[in-house]
Write a protein that binds this ligand. Structure first.
Ligand code: PLP
Length: 455
């Protein structure tokens, strides 16, 4: 058989969908073995390592298939029914499906599924509602806030006059301090949302403060979106003016963002336009061009899956496994920030507990097949590149169908590694090679015993 290397086999126009994907796979295998090999390597790496990075989760394979689809070929500037290009008949249906599913999953009145990421979603909200130079107030980056909430290195911190609130010595948000900062700086927007915070947020308290100073409230639920859908974290929709999230951290969907509104959707702004109208144009044409339609198709899949009983059961597991992990660490004398967790995140002070820096713990655990991330903790004396803490997350363990006994086994292995680990400097370490090999083998066998569904 002769065939141009790298080009797919010609298929008759009536060939089924599966022929398209099979051809594509063969074309890559034959035409680009280097890239094909990397895909293969990565699949194996993911199968055999235990990802405890709190900001990720294995994407449902069907969502990946939608994301890898020919919806990528369609340019669709605008919104369903109001596009600037022809050929959007199916694209409109896909976007409407994703919007309806987002509204249903979260109980929202408005959803915009076009943001390329959660950072972009936040940028849309800020630039829709504020003028350059307006004051904003968000959780400090070092205290577990996000870059896009006003960090100096982020556009949000350059366009707006960014102020921040921190955490109390107990590692919890101190609402009196939030209020004091709000009264001092009179922000036009308060951002409630975290990336490394193990506890429940009090949306009503944030809203009361926002009302007191006449600010909009943005709730960024990027980390806890799954818990919110499953009812295991209170929903901010009744409190915040705007809610943003990504679809890839706890919704097991594609990389991308989402903006939602509750009853505030029809609120009329001083411009005479409603909040939803303002956000629609704030996304396109203010910040973005054409949406990534293949990504919206994948969002539609993930948002549909999020309303199933299986998803609710998985998210219950997410919460229970994180609680189990926190309990296992505390039982071994580890200093866990805030003493435990209400969500999927456990932050451990590894410097106090084991005498090792966060970066050394991260690197040593990675060598053993356990992926975590270094994380600054309250009062941290080390930089963000070194840190005194480590953040664990349970999203992937839940997708692997872990139970409490699996968590106990992992906690013991992590404890063994961190106990043996020695800082030779802030970012170099010594770890017994025999221990490393033994733990890696155990982690591999746990991963084989508990594969991610579909992988
Ligand atoms: C991760 C995160 C983001 C950024 O998400 P991207 O989609 O990567 O831009 C925004 N906000 C919070 C709270 C996050 O944790």
């Amino acid at each position: 058989m002769t065939q141009a290397v790298g080009l797919p086999t010609l298929t008759p126009p009536t060939a089924p969908l599966s022929a398209f994907y099979e051809n594509a796979l063969h074309a890559m295998e034959l035409g680009d073995p280097a890239l094909y090999g990397l895909l293969d390597d990565e699949l194996h790496r993911q199968r055999e390592t235990l990802a405890l990075v709190a900001s990720c989760s294995p994407v449902n394979p069907a969502a990946l298939l939608a994301e890898g689809s020919f919806f990528a070929n369609v340019t669709a500037e605008g919104y369903p029914g109001r596009r600037f290009h022809a050929g959007c008949v199916n694209v409109d249906k896909v976007e409407e499906l994703a919007v309806e599913r987002a509204k249903q999953a979260f109980g929202a009145r408005y959803a915009n599924v076009q943001p390329h990421s959660a950072s972009t979603a936040n940028q849309v909200v800020m630039n829709s509602l504020l003028k350059p130079g307006d004051p904003i107030l968000g959780l400090d980056l070092d205290a577990g806030g996000h870059l896009s909430h006003g960090a100096k290195v982020n556009l949000s911190g350059k366009i707006f006059e960014a102020h921040s609130y921190g955490l109390g010595a107990d590692g919890l948000i101190d609402y009196e301090e939030v209020r004091a900062q709000a009264l001092a700086h009179r922000p036009k927007l308060i951002i409630a949302g975290t990336t490394a915070y193990p506890r429940t947020l009090d949306w009503a308290a944030f809203r009361a403060i926002a009302d007191e100073v006449g600010a909009y409230l943005l709730a960024d639920i990027t980390h806890i979106a799954g818990l919110v859908v499953a009812g295991l974290h209170p929903s901010p929709l009744a409190h915040a003016h705007v809610v943003t999230t990504c679809t890839h951290k706890q919704l097991y969907g594609p990389r991308g963002g989402l903006i939602m509104l509750g009853d505030s959707a029809d609120m009329v702004l001083p411009t005479g336009r409603t909040l939803q109208q303002t956000l629609n144009t704030g996304l396109f044409p203010l910040i973005q061009g054409a949406p990534v339609v293949n990504s919206i198709a994948a969002k539609a899949y993930a948002l549909g899956a999020a309303t199933t009983p299986e998803f609710a059961a998985r998210i219950h597991r997410v919460r229970d496994l994180a609680a189990a992990l926190a309990g296992q660490l505390v039982a071994r004398g580890v200093r866990v920030i805030s003493g435990g967790t209400d969500n999927h995140i456990v932050v451990a002070d590894v410097l106090t507990s084991y005498g090792v820096t966060g970066v050394n713990a991260e690197k040593a655990l990675e060598q053993c097949g356990v992926l975590v991330n270094k994380n600054r903790i309250v009062g941290d004396t080390h930089s963000a590149f070194v840190t005194s803490g480590v953040r664990f997350g349970s999203n992937s363990m839940a997708a692997r169908g872990f139970d409490e006994a699996d968590v106990a086994e992992v906690a013991e292995l992590v404890h063994e590694v961190l106990t043996d680990l020695e800082n030779t400097s802030n970012n170099t370490y010594a770890l017994d090679p025999a221990l490393r090999a033994r733990v890696q083998e155990r982690i591999r066998s746990i991963c084989h015993r508990r594969p991610v569904a579909g992988y």
